[in-house]
Design a protein around this ligand. Structure first.
Ligand code: GCU
Length: 355
């Protein structure tokens, strides 16, 4: 049995959701799954380390974002791509990239698959590639350097590395909101796989994010945990003990006891825009369970009288995109990856919703 959006069926309104239930669900995800995000707001500084026109149409800035608290500091880099010709305020797509820095930069150089800035800027948007592993390395023995020196893990409900990357996404939003070239109402956050988990968690907590896209985020990302194939809580907490609150391990082989499931995480996006995509051969992430989660999240959108991909929509064939109201989905043919085809389909969704 999946947990319900509301415990009390007689009180299902957008007002009660916003004032009450939404906060309860968010708290359960913090306490039991991702851990509590620190509430202190350290000072944020930025430094532009490079600025160049990298093509006839695209300007690139390399920026270091640094947070400081009690004499300690942690930094990460972002690459910001803007169209050279730009009229009016720019919508932005932020891609959280937690993979190792050289791998991430290599992707950007090699084929831009994780961040096709040329195509994004051609649509009149800015693109940000956020190298959030600067805050916390994806390594169970090394992660505690960086942001965890400012906010250490102190108890079983303390935050983990996925939360730290998500927190980095919010610091990127802080930075964007300090520059008047961006449209603060049109900020999308995206991520692939472990980055997709972080993107969803960032958007769930930070309502300045107006759109989220998770690519093949799977277990403890978009996919419902109960009944999914492939990866389970036991696998993910054993292989990546640093990703979540320590408490999450208690649900290994005991998913039914979780007070939440991932469709509720997606529901926390309502009434904002939500896009999920999967790869057809990715049984570890489980496309069917990602899609199911999205359809169940529709209930939160319906509270606002908004349309969303729901139980009336069937699981699409490979290559087909479904967009219904505020949410969308596609299933790309192939392995676990984030490809140009994924971006093309997502950019259609952006085009529909951003100016
Ligand atoms: C592993 C992990 C997944 C994760 C993926 C990735 O396969 O088990 O949960 O999504 O790595 O980030 O590529």
């Amino acid at each position: 049995m999946l947990p319900e959006l509301f415990l009390d069926t007689s009180s299902q309104t957008a007002r009660i959701w916003e004032e009450n239930r939404r906060g309860e669900i968010l708290d359960l995800f913090q306490r039991e799954v991702y851990g509590y995000t620190p509430t202190a707001r350290p000072k944020l500084h930025h430094q532009v380390t490079r600025q160049e026109q990298i093509s006839p149409t695209v300007q690139m800035e390399r920026i270091t974002l640094t947070v400081g608290l009690d004499g300690k500091e942690a930094s990460f880099e972002i690459l910001l791509y803007t169209p050279v010709q730009n009229h009016g305020k720019l919508p932005v797509v932020v891609m959280l990239n937690p993979f190792s820095r050289s791998e991430a930069l290599d992707h950007a150089r090699r084929d831009a698959q994780h961040m096709p800035y040329q195509e994004i800027t051609a649509k009149g948007c800015a693109a940000v590639y956020a190298l959030v592993d600067g805050l916390a390395k994806d390594d169970k023995d090394q992660y505690h350097k960086g942001i965890f020196e400012l906010f250490p893990r102190e108890n079983p409900h303390s935050w983990g590395v996925i939360s730290a990357w998500a927190w980095g996404g919010s610091r990127v939003v802080d930075y964007l909101c300090s520059r008047d070239i961006f449209d603060y109402e049109q900020i999308a956050v995206a991520g692939f796989s472990r980055g997709g988990k972080a993107a969803l968690w960032c958007a769930a907590q930070d309502q300045r994010v107006s759109m989220v896209w998770s690519v093949a985020s799977g277990c403890t990302g978009a996919a419902v945990t109960r009944g999914k194939t492939g990866e389970h809580v036991a696998d993910i907490t054993t292989q990546f003990p640093h990703w979540f609150a320590e408490r999450y391990k208690a649900y290994s082989g005991n998913e039914e006891a979780l007070p939440v499931d991932q469709h509720l995480l997606l529901g926390l996006m309502a009434p904002r825009r939500l896009y999920v995509s999967s790869s057809s051969l990715d049984s570890w992430a489980d496309p069917q369970s990602e899609f199911k989660s999205l359809t169940l999240a529709a209930e939160a959108y319906h509270l606002y009288g908004l349309e969303a991909v729901d139980a009336h929509c069937s699981f699409p064939p490979v290559g087909e995109q479904i967009i219904k109201g505020c949410t969308g989905y596609h299933l790309r043919g192939g392995e676990h990856a984030c490809t140009k085809e994924d971006w093309e389909l997502f950019l259609r969704f952006i085009h529909r919703h951003f100016k």
